[in-house]
Design a protein around this ligand. Structure first.
Ligand SMILES: [Zn+2]
Length: 256
């Protein structure tokens, strides 16, 4: 059965604090990742292609991958967008609409630096050049800690703001912090979203719930080799010892 991977990035810039190393991937490394994926035969696809894969069974190419960028940092425009354009790689950016044009106020100020978020002018420019936009709520809350009405408000209102600004339907969503319950998932469906990304690791295929898609989290300091391992095993933690463990457990499974 064909499977595809969704890669999750956040900031595309140099980390400024130790905590940011995981979430901030330098522009140079981001480009190296993309070059490696293309050289290894991976085929970039858009979130639209993935939606059609689930809704109309339109096949995806072998080794398909999607680039996702969470939160809507300003560096997605200044650092990621030129590279994505150069290699003609589509991507989807998930926006917390209440933070557009502001700063990353939801992040802990003692461990993360202050970062600018995208403006609507930048978002509209990218939307005209093959970048898709999804909702990541209004205020980036933990949806599992809100009552149903508040969850629905975060979903429906952020969707409408994106639709009004970009004059197109907003069908895609990403759960802040990857937090969801079955109820949250149903509210996302009820709000009218067709796909939703979690932070659960692993591959996706036709049997996956399109409203709980799995992703591979790319860390800012992942080497090309490490990223390749993560994609190969569909895991965020593909340490140097992992392949050994994987093969020995398969061997044991065969013996046992
Ligand atoms: Zn987020």
């Amino acid at each position: 059965m064909h499977s595809f991977v969704i890669l999750m990035y956040h900031m595309i810039s140099e980390p400024k604090t130790a905590a940011e190393v995981k979430y901030a991937c330098s522009q140079k490394r981001f480009e190296q990742h993309l070059q490696m994926l293309l050289c290894a035969g991976f085929k970039p696809v858009s979130i639209k292609a993935i939606e059609e894969y689930f809704s109309t069974q339109t096949p995806l190419p072998d080794q398909a991958f999607l680039i996702t960028l969470d939160d809507g940092f300003e560096d997605n425009y200044s650092n990621a967008f030129p590279i994505l354009q150069r290699y003609q790689i589509p991507a989807v950016i998930y926006l917390a609409t209440g933070l557009v044009g502001k700063s990353n106020q939801w992040m802990c100020a003692s461990t993360f630096s202050e970062r600018k978020m995208l403006s609507w002018t930048q978002i509209k420019d990218m939307a005209n050049h093959d970048i898709d936009f999804g909702s990541h709520t209004i205020s980036h809350p933990k949806l599992t800690e809100l009552d149903d009405n508040s969850v629905s408000k975060e979903l429906v209102e952020s969707k409408k703001i994106i639709e009004d600004q970009l004059s197109m339907e907003c069908k895609h969503f990403a759960y802040p912090y990857g937090l969801l319950t079955e109820k949250t998932r149903d509210l996302v469906q009820y709000a009218g979203f067709k796909t939703a990304c979690s932070t659960r690791s692993g591959f996706n295929n036709v049997e996956r719930d399109p409203l709980v898609l799995h992703r591979i989290e790319v860390y800012g300091d992942d080497s090309n080799w490490k990223l390749k391992q993560k994609i190969r095993f569909g895991m965020n933690d593909a340490s140097i010892f992992f392949p050994l463990k994987y093969y020995s457990s398969r061997l044991l499974a065969r013996i046992g």
